[in-house]
Design a protein. Structure first.
Length: 416
């Protein structure tokens, strides 16, 4: 629905946001028994983008064919990508000037889904499966997408939006999300529970039936979303949300497109404080996902999500839990480098969490204490609605809403 509207909008020359986004068409074909897949990928730059070079990074194990772009000026190479600590293949297209046609790159690639992202007959093509190309440092670049998925008879597909079409093993989804977050969960069957009131909230499990522990996620997610919608998300509230349970036993991650994927062990239990905090943290990434993950700006994602989950815990009445967790995280922050200018490559891996998650959380808590709860939630709500992606923009929001003194104070906190 959203995508149809968008297409209409484009046809009428209307842009949903001032900054035009690239358009991506993805056609995924999957053979679940072998985890083999083939993907047709078409990336089109927005007309406002004047770049003469387009680069896409992709898993080096994938076989790329039928590569076309620009005036055929295509180069393939390899590049070391620090964020993945891995080498990727890189496709480069140069566009001649003046340009006469849409700047586009298209190709087909095939590979095998990582075994860690599959279980029994379940396949998880998700933000953590590494199955999609992206522009260098653009894993989370916003794109308008159309995703078509083909599966053999006996399999179904779910994504973060309802299928626009689902017939005879062919599924079509569309919307706007970040480059690596297009999602296709594939399984012979799905079980789900849906909230009866409030936002359209569904817990979807790849499998036959939800266990009592899995069913218990629904009311907790409802509570969390209701709290966020009243507070930090009130200018851009959640009306639809999906919690995916894939059983692939890896991790949990939030998606910009109103969904979270929880792949943990089957005993993931939101009656336990730690697991409840994970759920609350991941749901809040619906708002906290616009800072770059390649530099200090990641605190805008991770510190904000961490503090959001703690605010929920406190609001739910677990003030003891709030204090315990806050203290535990805060205790890791003395003698750490400043958030401003933090360069993870200069420190051992654990420092990232201490600075970007924990120290950032403590800075937000200090800002909260300084300005009071009502102004603090107003700051968070504005930051979320504006999709703030840099620390300077966040400082400006703070300055506009509570004054230059607090802006200066916050800058000093981030720099010490
Ligand atoms: Zn996070």
């Amino acid at each position: 629905m959203k995508f149809l509207f968008l297409l209409l909008g484009l046809a009428l020359g209307y842009r949903p946001t001032a900054q035009a986004t690239p358009i991506v068409r993805v056609e995924l074909r999957v053979e679940p028994t072998t985890r083999a897949f083939t993907c047709r990928y078409v990336f089109t730059l927005p007309t406002t983008d004047t770049a003469s070079v387009l680069q896409l990074n992709l898993n080096k194990r994938f076989r790329v064919e039928n590569l076309r772009g620009g005036a055929g000026l295509v180069r393939r190479g390899r590049v070391y990508y620090p964020n993945f600590q891995n080498t990727l293949q890189q496709l480069t297209v140069r566009y001649p000037t003046p340009r006469r046609q849409a700047r586009q790159i298209s190709f087909t690639y095939s590979g095998t889904l990582d075994a860690g992202r599959a279980k029994a007959q379940v396949l998880e093509f998700s933000a953590h499966s590494g199955w999609l190309p992206f522009r260098p440092t653009g894993e989370y670049e916003l794109l308008d997408y159309a995703l078509a998925v083909r599966v053999p008879a006996g399999y179904q597909v779910r994504s973060t939006t309802p299928a626009r079409r689902a017939r005879a093993g062919r599924y079509q989804f569309g919307g706007r999300t970040s480059a690596t977050e297009l999602t296709a969960i594939i399984a012979p069957q799905f079980a789900q529970v849906t909230a009866r009131s409030g936002p359209v909230l569904t817990v979807v499990k790849a499998g036959a039936a939800l266990t009592p522990l899995e069913t218990a996620i629904l009311p907790k997610a409802q509570e969390i979303i209701a709290f966020y919608n009243r507070t930090l998300g009130r200018q851009d509230s959640i009306t639809r949300f999906t919690v995916f349970l894939t059983g692939t036993r890896q991790d949990a991650f939030g998606l910009l497109d109103n969904a979270t994927v929880i792949t943990y062990r089957p005993d993931f239990d939101v009656a336990q404080r730690g697991d409840l905090l994970i759920l609350a943290h991941e749901i809040s990434h619906k708002w906290w996902g616009y800072g770059s993950v390649h530099d200090q700006s990641d605190w805008l994602n991770e510190a904000f999500a961490t503090y959001s989950s703690l605010l929920y815990l406190q609001a739910s009445g677990d003030t003891t839990g709030y204090r315990q967790v806050y203290t535990k995280l805060d205790q890791t922050t003395p003698n750490t480098p400043p958030i401003t200018g933090f360069d993870r490559s200069k420190y051992e891996p654990g420092m990232y969490r201490r600075v970007i998650y924990n120290k950032g959380m403590a800075v937000l808590a200090a800002l909260h204490r300084r300005v009071g709860t009502t102004p603090f939630y107003a700051i968070l709500a504005t930051t979320a609605a504006r999709k703030v992606s840099t620390t300077t923009t966040f400082l400006d929001v703070v300055g506009q809403m509570v004054g230059a003194d607090t802006r200066a104070w916050l800058l000093a906190e981030l720099s010490r």
